[in-house]
Design a protein around this ligand. Structure first.
Ligand code: F6P
Length: 337
């Protein structure tokens, strides 16, 4: 029988001091997974309890996952913590050398539906008593996410590629099941909440229009759309079989910069994706070059296979895009040249 590498063995190659933090996060994720899989047996995990600091609806499982992650992070001696569920960042252990930002429960609208949800985390160098959460994404030391689905997974990078670990339910050990994942460029899948089409700008509409036009459009091939509504699940699908994810900014109130958060969603996902050979962008440039101005800053997010994200960037940066999408004379128009 093939013996897969354990998390403990994988972490021997992690940067100095990071292994105990990742071990603590992985242990908290096991507890969140146990709670998730109990479903209705653990109470009303999907019940709305109110709103978090930033106005998002908070579910019972959001709150319980937050408690589990807070205990784990405080016990592992991190210097500072930021979370989707905290109004502001918190200073913890003055001797700590790392700061951790996390979304304890991503995809909470799926809690009651038995669909995949997860936990996302980002580990940064601490900066004494200064706010460590104003560093660019490329300063991250490690990042990853757990997926609570048919399998419980941990996707992890510390800058030496992206690995996937599976929680072995037979003995509760995390084992590496995919080493140095590489995102394929061959996929014809895209993920977007298409119900927002009328709110998007021209660049995003043009990209999606071309996919929808299939073999009759400028890309001359058929595409397929998937939308789960859990960032972690879409990210894992893209790591598995390629494609592209779009959550653009749009004209709805509060969505000008999209929906997803730079610090604890876009940055860690971008690190994982780049380490798997993909690209992550805000439409104009690299997500990992962005510096958060605030803990809960939102950002338009596009990620997946590099050439698809580059195509989205070309559309965003193209001053001709208005005429390109003209219903009569544009490249996609009735009288296309
Ligand atoms: O964190 C927010 C989140 O739940 C993501 O997991 C997911 O990608 C997105 O929101 C879903 O957004 P919408 O409700 O617009 O489909």
């Amino acid at each position: 029988m093939q013996v897969e590498k354990t998390l403990e063995a994988l972490l021997r190659d992690a940067p100095q001091g990071v292994a105990p933090i990742i071990t603590a996060i992985a242990a908290a994720c096991v507890e969140i997974e146990r709670l998730t899989s109990l479903g209705g047996l653990a109470g009303s995990l999907g019940a709305s309890l109110g709103q978090n600091a930033d106005g998002d609806t908070q579910k019972e499982l959001d709150v319980r996952a937050q408690e589990l992650m807070m205990v784990a992070m405080r016990q592992s001696g991190v210097a500072a913590i930021a979370s989707e569920e905290l109004e502001d960042w918190e200073l913890c252990d003055a001797k700590g050398t790392f700061a951790v930002a996390f979304d304890p429960l991503d995809g909470s609208s799926n809690i009651d539906t038995n669909m995949s949800i997860g936990t996302i985390f980002s580990i940064l160098p601490a900066k004494g008593s200064d706010n460590p959460f104003t560093q660019p994404g490329h300063a991250q030391i490690a990042a990853g996410f757990a997926v609570y689905g048919p399998q419980t997974l941990l996707v992890l990078t510390f800058g030496k590629g992206t690995d996937v670990l599976t929680l072995d339910p037979r003995d509760g050990v995390w084992r590496v099941t995919r080493n140095h994942v590489q995102i394929t460029g061959n996929s014809t899948e895209y993920a977007v909440n298409a119900s927002n089409y009328r709110h998007w700008d021209r660049a995003v509409r043009a990209y999606v229009d071309d996919c929808v036009s299939g073999v009759e459009g400028p890309r001359e091939k058929n595409f397929n759309m998937r939308w789960i509504g859990s960032l972690v699940a879409e990210a894992f699908r893209i790591l598995t079989r390629g494609g592209v994810f779009l959550y653009p900014g749009d004209v709805r109130q509060g969505y000008r910069e999209g929906r997803l958060r730079l610090l604890y969603e876009a940055h860690p996902i971008a690190f994982v994706i780049e380490q798997a050979g993909g690209r992550a962008s805000n439409g104009h440039g690299r997500i990992l070059d962005m510096v958060p101005k605030s803990i809960h800053q939102r950002v338009p997010l596009f990620f997946g296979s590099a050439e698809k994200v580059e195509r989205l960037e070309r559309l965003h940066n193209d001053p001709q895009i208005g005429s390109e999408t003209s219903p009569l004379f544009g490249r996609r128009g009735l009288f296309r040249a």
